[in-house]
Ligand binder design. Sequence first.
Ligand code: PEP
Length: 263
Amino acid sequence: LVSSEHHPGRSTVRVAGVPVGGDNMTVIAGPCAVETPDQTLEAARMARAAGASLLRGGAYKPRTSPYAFQGLGETGLKILADVRAETGLPIVTEVVDAGDVDLVAGYADMLQIGTRNMQNFALLQAAGEAGRPVLLKRGMNATIEEWLMAAEYIAQRGNLDIVLCERGIRTFEKATRNTLDISAVPVAQSLSHLPVIVDPSHSGGKRELVLPLSRAAIAAGADGVIVDVHPAPETALCDGPQALFGDDIGELAGIAATLAPLV
Ligand code: PEP
């Protein structure tokens, strides 16, 4: 269902009316985690200034350590909904448990499935039935074929509104959190009709890599980027070192605007 063999041409996925794919270069931005109403609203304003048309933000955080901040849960979803009402930005937010899909879908405009859950088949199937577009991140240990098969699990439940997201894979390299597999963009676009975006924040894990990796993603033909921004990264409860702030925001907006015509 997701293969380009059975579906020639490129698909456009609409998230509350916002197109991802086709001739569009979509910027999704926001905080890694929803922490407070003020922090989320401020980050949403930064996202808009960066040219974003969708707001990201995690209310359920799948952390490596069980002692790390796990997200605000439904309280975080309510904050996101309030910020959407205030800014007009539709929400992309992660769901980590099949049992929470209906709850999260009640607030979210797009469901995100994270790298750690790419092969959580019960979650993929539940997301496929939720009536919301799905952002499917590539598993950090997954091949492109496994990633497309994961998308197939969602599609098989009747939902073809899927956006693929390359977010880095595990390699021997320790200078970055994960290695952004830039070749995955054209490869996935040739094997599948689904839009492919890139997460330069979670792949590199470092603020100074986010803009160069965004340029690389757009130049490689990605349909968009999803980027962490935070009004005060030094106090962030999750992944502060990779969040853009200040002047970086203007630069991201410039990159999106100037490189988009190349795609
Ligand atoms: C995220 O986008 O919030 C996230 C946790 O990303 P990933 O699943 O790619 O690590």
